[in-house]
Every structure is written in C-alpha cells, then in structure tokens.
Design a protein around this ligand. Sequence first.
Ligand code: ADP
Ligand code: MG
Length: 514
Amino acid sequence: MDRMATNIAGIDLGTAFSALAVLNAIGRPQIVPNADGERLTPSAIYFDQDLIRVGTEALNCRYVNPDRCVRWVKRHIGDTTFRKQIDGMIWTAEALSALILKKLKQDAEAQVGPIRQAVITVPAHFDEIRRRATMDAGAAAGLEVIGIVNEPVAAALFYMASCPVTGKVLVYDLGGGTFDVTILQVDGHDMQIICSNGDQQLGGVDFDLQVFRLMEQAYQQATGTALIASQEDRARYEDEAEDIKKTLSRRQTVKKILYGPGGPVRFELSREEFEHAIAKFVAKTEMLIEVALDEAGLRPDDIGQVLLVGGSSRIPVITQTLQKLFGFTPACAVNVDEAVALGAAVHAGLTVLKQSPDLVPAGIAAGLRDIRYTDVCNHSYGTLCAPVDKKTGKRTIANHIIIRKNTPLPCEQTRTFYTLYDGQSHIEVTITQGEDTDPRYVNKIATYRFELPPGRPAGMPVRVTYSYDLNQRMHCRFEDVQSGKVLEVDLPTDGSCMPQQAKPNGQDRLIQSV
Ligand code: ADP
Ligand code: MG
C-alpha cells in the first residue's frame, strides 16, 4: 500500500465490527487490515490486569473472564447514564469507543503512515446527541473528525463509485446490532437521498440469541439440566450460536455437540428452523421498508435496484424476502461488511476536496471528481410554542416543526413567532426533534432562556432560523426583530442538551405566527 504524508480515512465504527479505509493514490478506497491481518476488527474490549486488549484478542480473552469484556458499546453511545466500572476506573461509552478507534488508527498508521483527518459513520437514525458523542470519541482517539456520515449513505457512495447503479435505489443494511433502510435517487454518479428509516435494536445479535435459546432448550429437553452453568459457558455458547448462524448461510443443516453439565448432547439445526426463529425480525425489516416507501411516496415497483449492506444481509432468507417484495434479486452483492468503511473514505475525500482542495493530491482529486450526492435531514426539528386551540379558544403548548424530515441538505428555514403578553422579559426557547405536534412525543434536545428588552407590548416578532449542514449538525438562531438581539446556538456537547421536560403553563413561550 502506498505511503502518503497524511491519509484521509473513513471509519465504520460498528456495533459488532469496525473497519478503517483510506484512499489510495488514485482516489480509490482500500481497507487497511489491523495488526492481526484482519480487515474487520471486532468492536470488543477486554480489560486485562495490566493492559487493554481490543478486537479478536478481546473476544478470545472473554472466555477467561466475561465480566472484563465490553461489547455492543455503540448501543450506549450518547447515553450519559451508561457507565462501565473496571478496576476502580469508570468508563463512558465514548471513552470505550475511543479505545476501538485508537486501535484502528494505530494499526493502520503502522502500515500506511499518519492518519489525522477522518470521517466516522453512524446509523441514519442517530440523533444529535449520539452524533456528537461519536465525534467526541474520535477526538479522544486523536482523530480530527471532519465529518459524520450515515452508514447507508456511505455504503451507497461506495457502490456508486464501483458499479453502475441508476434510478431509485434502496439500501438494505442489516448489521450486528442495527438495521437501516434508505431510498436514493441515482443518476450516474449523482445521488440524492429521498428518505431513511430503521431500528437501532435489530441485528445479527438478535439472531444469535434465537439460536442460543434453541440450544438451551434442546439441552434441557435431552438431559433435564441447564446447558449454561457459568458466565464463561454463556460466552462460549454465544460464539457457537453465531458460528451456527453463519454456517446456515452456506449449508442447509448444522450439527454440534453440546458439552453441558449433564453430558454431551447432539444438536442439529436446519436452515428452515433458523428461518422460523428469526421470522419476526425479518418481518420487521419488511415493515420498515414499507414505511420508507410510504414516506417516499413510492411503490415497490418504483425501486430499480436494491443494495445489500451489513454482515447479516448474507442470510439467504433476506435476499429471498427482498426478491419477493421487489420482484428482482438484490444487486451488487460485493463485500457487504466493508462497503460502509470504503464509502466513508470516499466521503472523507470529498469533504477535504470541498474544504481545502490544495491538500488533496492530484491523483486522489481526479478519482473523486465525478462523485456528488445530496443527503437529507433524518428527523424533523422544531420549537415549542403556544398557539390558540381553535376548538377550545385556549392556549396549549405545541411542537411547531421548522425543518421537516427528509429535507435535502444543506438547508435553512425561518419562521416568525410573537411574544405572548405585555412586558414579557424573556422567552424560553426549546429545540425539539420529532414528528409530533404534541410536545410529549418529541425529544427536547436543548432549552435556553432568551432575555428580551423590558416594557414592550405583546406581539413582538421573534425570527427563528434553523440550518442544517452536510455533516448533520444543526445551528439555531433566535432574533428579536425590534432590538436586533440574537441568540445563536450550536448544539452543545455537554449534558445540557439532554431531553428536558416542557413547562406546563407555557407563559414564557412564543405565540405561533398565523
Ligand atoms: P455492524 O455494522 O453492526 O458492526 P456488520 O455489518 O459487520 O455489523 O455485521 C455483523 C453481523 O453480521 C454479525 O452479527 C455477524 O454474525 C453477521 N454475519 C457475518 N457474516 C454472516 C453470515 N455469513 N451469515 C449470517 N450472518 C453473518
Ligand atoms: Mg454496519
């Protein structure tokens, strides 16, 4: 692999596996294997007495003491209440993620030279808090995070760069812990995201658990004793379950001997039984596809191509389900586990090219020249206000959406609101994330007090502008029109942007413009 002065990297920080890719001299993304020679690094950490092990080593060590191993960190990122205590040290999900990122960075640097600037990927449904937490993890690992990109976007970007795809395209990403479905409009190398949907608690680990339970049941039935006697057994049979699941993607049946406390027992599982056990999860992904199609105002017939992403998309019933739904076989089944990291490297190259073209070597710039795409806002963002209810004539607190979900990025929207009563000396501004008008069903991601000049009558206009950039970061501007006073907000990184309760009376709020 070529050694460059400094590399532009794309990192897939996955729930189950992570990967790092860099752009080669002609702007093509390449996976950089880790120090163990693996292209994918398990997102696992083991706290040994004197050192921290990351990756396959950590998974292997967990047989010795599962309590010292941490996995599935991504499910907790951005959750300020999550803590892992080991040897008196307290670890947050961001600090744990930083350990994984540091291993990827250091291992890659040993082969291709320094890596500073990187794009990290997140599921499309990550909110602001989790995007910010992912960036913080990158910074803690010594990376300059130049962008956060949605995983299906990165994957599609990679497919676009390597094979001809055109028309309306659906990306089906089923990984270890998350599922994402994204619909894109593709014209040559131009692509626009129409909409995105998913479930952050649905992935390969749920399938492993089904197999694990079938093993437990079979053992109990055969011997009258439980298969699992210790945490160590659990770790071992979790891996067995994953192994059986993967084998069933290639074979019709799998046979294993279960060595439990009641003696050895022969266990057999067919692909059909496995498919039956995971049917409800597969149905859920189908349902989410239908919701995405609905949101995009499309029918299955309108989709010209389906791209498979994520290790779990190798399960044959997934392809069959998609084939039934769309009437054709999903296309371009390249290395489904690597597409996200490879696309992230392309995204990183495009970002540097846009921000500081002089830093991009000519060969890389030429390789990236034709790729352009448009992303969309993944949530609706709004503010709380106090409109008059037409039926009751009373004021109620309502969520007023300012930027709608699926608006192409970058975007900016302005709305004018009015103060509620004479002498109102401040307003409480709340930034919300969610689709509902009822404030109980939206996330309150930040609340600020905006001081106003005293002694004015009710009905003074306040202009609210939300803008959203290509890295899915939001900026909010509140302007008191008469005095010109402005409150500008880049969503904060500390706990103050955690969801907060709305005040019930609404006296401090703005009245909605008509
Ligand atoms: P993530 O992005 O969530 O980290 P990946 O896309 O790397 O995850 O997918 C990891 C998941 O894919 C794991 O649950 C793994 O067991 C599963 N997987 C990998 N290969 C296969 C296979 N051949 N058949 C079924 N599942 C597989
Ligand atoms: Mg993934």
